[in-house]
Design a protein around this ligand. Structure first.
Ligand SMILES: O=C(O)c1cccc(C(=O)CC[C@H]2O[C@@H](n3cnc4c(=O)[nH]cnc43)[C@H](O)[C@@H]2O)c1
Length: 240
């Protein structure tokens, strides 16, 4: 048995966690009938995402049909120029960007205060396969509790996370739930807006939802066959 209870070598069920129903519907419409992929809308923000994902994982385990992989999916902000509106980002790091403390020396992540984790790393081979399948860029996706609304905040985030390509509000919560249940995690974002000064009129949510659905139309074989490449031990994916 793998750490999460599935048989090694067997095709495993995949849980896809979106924030809101329109994202869920965009993904679900792209999946073939009878696939091993379930899509649920778990709510906006890291807290709702963690609670909703943990509940779905626990219910599946209790029913004797555990998930072997969790994917956080949805729209997000892209850091220009690397992640333009309409493009796709597959996370090679799922990072909580504002989990920490302000100090006289600047922001300190909780790990520097002696607690928890701020980054979870999806299995590298899965990241590569997903990105190749849909033509996505790979890089860190930041999880924030407040949508960035100024050039100053965007620059601060990029300074602290030079490898960041996108920000959204759920990935780290989904990842914390996955780690708790011993299940690998991935994150995919379709860029609806630039990270920077707030310009609501410039958001292209429809285009991003179309890109998200297009990506999942190509992901199914990768997700359903992904079960043997990397370690499933979450301790090997965790970076303090
Ligand atoms: O401010 C508005 O008028 C507004 C209208 C529609 C949606 C929003 C959101 O804040 C959506 C948050 C939702 O979408 C993800 N998301 C999309 N872009 C970003 C971003 O630049 N930074 C953070 N999150 C973003 C996020 O994952 C939420 O699920 C606002």
């Amino acid at each position: 048995m793998t750490p999460h209870g599935a048989s090694p070598g067997a095709a495993e069920r995949v849980l896809i966690a979106t924030a809101v129903p329109v994202e869920r519907d965009a993904v679900a419409a792209a999946l073939p009938a009878g696939s091993l992929l379930d899509v649920v809308a778990v709510g906006v923000g890291p807290g709702a995402a963690a609670a909703g994902t943990a509940t779905a994982l626990a219910r599946a385990e209790a029913a004797g049909r555990p998930y072997g992989l969790v994917v956080s999916a949805g729209i997000g902000g892209g850091f220009p120029p690397d992640a333009p509106v309409g493009s796709l980002v597959v996370a090679d790091a799922v990072t909580a960007a504002d989990l920490g403390a302000e100090t006289p020396e600047g922001f300190k992540p909780v790990t520097e205060l002696g607690f928890g984790a701020v980054t979870h790393r999806p299995p590298p081979s899965l990241v590569r396969e997903l990105a190749d399948a849909c033509g996505a860029a790979t890089g860190a996706v930041l999880t924030v509790s407040t949508v960035t609304g100024s050039a100053e905040r965007a620059a601060e985030l990029r300074l602290r996370h030079p490898d960041a390509l996108a920000e959204a509000m759920e990935g780290f919560g989904v990842a914390e739930a996955a780690v708790l249940h011993g299940v690998p995690v991935a994150e995919v974002r379709a860029v609806s807006n630039p990270v920077g000064p707030r310009d609501r009129a410039a958001w292209r949510i429809g285009d991003a939802l179309a890109a998200l659905g297009g990506a999942f139309g190509k992901f199914t074989p990768v997700l359903e066959s992904w079960n043997t490449h990397d370690s499933h031990d979450p301790r090997e994916r965790r970076r303090a």
